[in-house]
Write a protein that binds this ligand. Sequence first.
Ligand SMILES: Cc1cc2nc3c(=O)[nH]c(=O)nc-3n(C[C@H](O)[C@H](O)[C@H](O)COP(=O)(O)O)c2cc1C
Length: 340
Amino acid sequence: MKTVNTNVRYAGLDLKNPIVVSSSGLTDSLHKIEILENSGAAAVVLKSIFEEQIMMDMPSISANNEIRGEKNNNSIDQFLSTNHLEKYISFISDCKKSVSIPIIASINCHTVRDWTKFAKNLENAGADAIELNVMLINTEREYKYGKVEQTNIEILKQVKKQVKIPVIMKIGREFTNLISLLNKFESNKASGIVMFNKNYSNEVDHEGVNLIPGAKLSDNGLFNQNLRWLTIASSILPSLDIAFSGAVYNGENIVKAILAGAKVTQICSTIYKNGPDFIPHMLAYLTDWMQMHNYETIDQFRGILNSPIIEDENLYQRIQFMKHFSNYEKETTKSDKELL
Ligand SMILES: Cc1cc2nc3c(=O)[nH]c(=O)nc-3n(C[C@H](O)[C@H](O)[C@H](O)COP(=O)(O)O)c2cc1C
């Protein structure tokens, strides 16, 4: 039996396998990160620090008062009141002293302001890379098309000015011109892209009287929805390092994501549900699958199932849609009477 090598190079980082634990409560303490490392995770993305926390804590930044003024709300004041920056910096230093897997710092941001200077502190503390989770929801009635995309690009540019370590962009799925945005990220030297962040969702409570937060963990269906864009993006932009994220629940999903063009997968909900001990099972599935299919390295099968490069991608996708739904009635065993 051939030995398999699961090493991958993602966003300028050499990783022992394609499993990166996503930014979340799973990565908010050294103890948890040590457990993840011992379980086999190849890298971790630290729980995000928020742009608002940075702006609040950086003494030289005049916009501090502006934020307090804007959000005159007790819960936000409480959330912003402790010294997050020092804690975050010493958290990174502690991680670097104690674990050997790459540590990716994370900033949740939405504007191009002075917080971008803080990226330098993350680099100085030893972060191996920075992931920028641009969480920006636009509700302007008179919206200038392209403004959100431009903000994303400007944030990347400003952070790149501050640091030499890799900068990775984590984005949501709701872009009209996703491929064009990814292309711009690449030309502005983003080292990697995380596709996709999970949206905050809403739910109506059982009594139907309150709007409440939706489920925090991903459901399985998200994987296939995200996979569609992965196949397209990885075929059109083959040199982009993509971390696939969203309901990567098991080893089979990891294999599928790599076949569709991902460099690595980011996992979160599955660890909340199954615990870090599940990582070795995911890795075992990957290596068994590689052995069964005679692949010695990940590169040998990455992207072999991505979308074919064709001139009219839109037409291709429309045909897939037509094919997919037109035969539903024939495939189902139900009679017309039952269906109607
Ligand atoms: C409890 C929880 C906390 C999270 N916190 C962060 C965060 O601080 N920063 C971030 O970029 N994403 C955060 N996320 C999103 C995850 O990193 C990930 O992108 C998302 O959950 C989709 O991956 P999954 O389907 O494997 O869960 C969080 C997710 C969960 C469930």
